[in-house]
Design a protein around this ligand. Structure first.
Ligand code: SAH
Ligand code: SF4
Ligand code: F3S
Length: 460
């Protein structure tokens, strides 16, 4: 076998997968391989896969089919499936696609170098056993030079009855606070300006870490972590996702209000606005509790943007129960909502229930919900009109090279005229002149707002 020279990665699914792909790309770079845009030209093709819904999984098979065919002409092609489909299917994937060289679950992402070596030795390899995730020592190849993702907790200990994630991502594993801080310090040094801390349930961070404080209080909560990383030089903005309502404490809300770098944007999925459905989903909270969290956030941060995920057509969901979801969306007015029709997933309890909702009803509910979401998002955008917002410039507007794009602290995508080479990575005050449901347009203003002084803040 000749040594591979180029690699291609396609990533499906959530930010966790995107962060894993950046680390895997970093490992391949360190091995001397070169990144290649076109999957059909690359010597190593890696699909980092998602199985959250059936359509996500099917997409992977259609991509894989094409590469499997190519391998018949090009036996030296190395074909890798990583991520959540790999974990879910394991050995079975080799039976379905015998052309595969490597099947690796998400917990093995940092081991790609070793695994690839075994493949180049002539082995077909499956790495899906649960392991303690090894700290990453290679440098990720990050897509952006301005905004970076940093994993803080892997896995999920919840058991929502519809969800494959606990099965494919394994038990919660929190990274030590020192390792997280060190990664941020390095990012700040390299010129990154914004960090999004990542976890399936980020507010559950730290429960598995050893050690407690002398006063008996657990000192490794997510709130403590925010205080511990807040003063990292160079990093001007901190975001985090995803939050679970069960762990979203008032102390966390207060910390976000107090810490100037933490952006006023919260992604807190509610899934359903109906208590009986929430119970059947095993979510562990009521819609009243959810509403209290949002009220507290808005009391302390009136400008805060709220986004969430919701599912329609969960087994047994009646029209009246679906309307409770509409009501919640109407009442809260989300800035953004990721919606999905319930998809029965292998190995999850709800998939076996007999009270499944028909595809027609699911489609109808999804459309009705999406219409409402757009109306509410457009209403929420109105509050920006005429405001001066701080925009962190990320890059050029792909549709108009005379404009740059970036985000408000509340995470609204914003475009304005400007020179990308000069502005990238800068926080620019922008007067908002046009608003759409999910994006804004404005004009840069100079000297309009002074940057708030960023000072280290001690943990209370
Ligand atoms: N840990 C996060 C979400 C992770 S999965 C949380 O608990 O909120 C991302 C989203 O996919 C979920 O919020 C949910 O809305 C959606 N999802 C998960 N399983 C699904 C399924 N079987 N069918 C449809 N949507 C699903
Ligand atoms: Fe899935 Fe629930 Fe875990 Fe979120 S909390 S990843 S929805 S099991
Ligand atoms: Fe998909 Fe796995 Fe994320 S199933 S949503 S890529 S955790």
């Amino acid at each position: 076998m000749t040594a591979p020279r180029t690699y291609h990665i396609t990533t499906f699914g959530c930010q966790m997968n995107k962060a894993d792909s950046e680390r895997m790309a970093g490992i391949l770079d360190a091995l001397g391989l070169e990144a290649c845009e076109d999957a059909n030209q690359a010597d190593v093709v890696l699909y980092n896969t998602c199985t959250i819904r059936d359509n996500a999984e099917q997409k992977v098979y259609s991509y894989l089919g094409r590469q499997a065919k190519r391998k018949h002409q090009q036996p030296d092609l190395t074909l890798i499936v990583a991520g959540c489909v790999a974990q879910q299917e394991g050995e079975q994937l080799l039976r379905r696609v015998p052309e595969l060289d490597l099947v690796m679950g998400p917990q093995h992402a940092n081991r790609l170098g070793d695994l690839l070596e075994q493949v180049l030795d002539g082995n077909q390899v499956v790495a899906t056993e649960p392991i303690h995730i090894v700290e990453d020592i290679t440098k990720p190849r990050r897509d952006s030079a301005v905004c970076a993702w940093v994993n803080v907790i892997y896995g999920c200990n919840e058991r929502c009855t519809y969800c494959v994630v606990p099965g494919v991502r394994g038990q919660e594993q929190s990274r030590p606070p020192d390792a997280i801080r060190a990664e941020l310090v390095e990012l700040g040094r390299q010129g990154y300006r914004e960090v999004t801390l990542l976890g399936q349930n980020i507010d559950a961070y730290g429960r598995d870490l050893p050690g407690s404080r002398s006063d008996g209080r657990h000192s490794h909560t997510f709130t403590d972590l925010l205080y511990a990383v807040h003063d990292v030089p160079g990093i001007e903005r901190l975001r985090f996702a995803t939050s679970h309502p069960r762990y979203f404490t008032e102390r966390l809300i207060r910390a976000c209000a107090e810490l100037p770098k933490v952006c006023e944007h919260f992604h807190i999925p509610f899934q359903s606005g109906d208590n009986a459905i929430l119970k059947a989903m095993a979510r562990g909270y009521t819609h009243e509790k959810y509403r209290r969290i949002i009220a507290k956030i808005r009391e302390l941060m009136p400008q805060a943007a709220i986004s969430a995920d919701a599912i329609v057509g969960f087994p047994g969901e009646t029209e009246a129960q679906f309307e409770n979801t509409l009501r919640l969306v109407e009442d809260i007015g989300f800035d953004q909502l990721n919606t999905a029709a319930y998809s029965p997933r292998p190995g999850t309890p709800a998939a076996r229930w007999e009270n499944q909702v028909s595809e027609d009803v699911k489609r109808d509910r999804l459309q009705r919900l999406n219409r409402l979401v757009e109306v509410k998002a457009a209403e929420r955008s109105q509050r920006y009109l005429g405001n001066i917002e701080e925009i962190l410039v990320e890059g050029e507007n792909p549709k108009n090279p005379a404009q740059v794009m970036g985000r408000t602290r509340g995470n609204r995508l914003t475009f304005f005229d400007g020179d990308c080479a000069r502005l990238r990575g800068q926080v620019v005050p922008v007067k908002i002149t046009q608003v759409r449901a999910f994006s804004l347009t404005g004009e840069g203003v100079t000297g309009a707002i002074a940057q708030p002084p960023l000072q280290p803040i001690a943990s209370p």
